[in-house]
Design a protein around this ligand. Sequence first.
Ligand SMILES: C[S@@+](CC[C@H](N)C(=O)[O-])C[C@H]1O[C@@H](n2cnc3c(N)ncnc32)[C@H](O)[C@@H]1O
Length: 359
Amino acid sequence: MNLVEASEGEVKIRVPEFDDSQGPKEKGDGVFYNPSMEKSRDIFISFLKSWAQKDLSLLDGMAASGIRGIRALKETPISKVTMNDISEEAVNLIRKNVEKNSVQANITHESVEKHIIKNRYDYDYIDIDPFGTPVPYYPLAARCVSHQGVVGVSATDTAVLSGTYPKTCLRKYSSKPANNWCRHENGLRILIAYCAREAARHDRWIRPLLSYFEGHHFRTYLQIGEGKRKADDCLKKLKHIRFDERGWRTKNLKVEDCSGPFWTGQLFSEKVLQNMEKIGKLDEDLLEQWKSECSFDPLFYDTNKISSTLKVAPPPIDEIMEILEEKGFKTSRTHFSPTGLKTDAPYRELEELFIELSE
Ligand SMILES: C[S@@+](CC[C@H](N)C(=O)[O-])C[C@H]1O[C@@H](n2cnc3c(N)ncnc32)[C@H](O)[C@@H]1O
């Protein structure tokens, strides 16, 4: 394995040689390091700082080069970090990188499943960052994180969750996906629905603090705690949705005509976003976008789709938003799609507006 130096945030680490234009190395090919995930790790650091104001214990369960855990030690108040990986090569590299950055960490070499069970309730934060689906690992993290701790979960099987492989999605996540203009929001809401169900099996509730789609992955930071009643309340937020040409419905449905279940609760905590803003250092446009959409109900309209259904040219989204707001409706763009529009205006209002603007 040829090593080169990479720098991210406040750390410099040794990583396998990579070619920026080629994307990440395949699994099994040395130790995994994907420079294009730096933004995801910047968000991770900003989230940790906004949530963990005191010294908590953190498990970087699938640590690879150790980049997440080392950044947490260098850039946040957290000082109790365990970095674990099943690969011996990865663990050797983590040791070198920990030494290079003069930090103290517990380094373990075993399956994350085994590690979590052995250390039940010891961690306040568990990071699950696998290749592909988190399904083999998340249930144990949800069960064993400390009461009101957080599990950070990545899923890179975006095609499965977004509806390209519906049978796989049903098998892995017990939800029927919907491959339409909301596919990425649908995918994230299927992932969170799965997370809520798995937690509820152990009388635990979830509260999403920060959840997003970015490029080629979904990521959600879930606060998890004990409580049968709150777990029941979470399950009430899992709903089937019927999509049609004019939008979507959640009431008076025949389940066989629907997609889902989807998580229909919040994706973000407003407080966490405010704290992240105060801390700064993160892409301001991204934070503004999340803040703007976080108080809206699920799902959005697609302006291109409405235009093509009505056979009119798509009006500029900013103009549509301005007119709707003048009429007293709430509007926001969404990070899920550049042509998406969140609003409490009914579909027929949009229809009339699109026709009016095209005349
Ligand atoms: C996508 S990489 C993690 C990337 C890393 N978190 C980062 O931000 O660069 C997945 C890692 O999980 C490790 N892994 C796979 N299965 C595992 C298991 N069951 N337990 C622990 N580690 C595992 C792999 O060896 C690999 O290093």
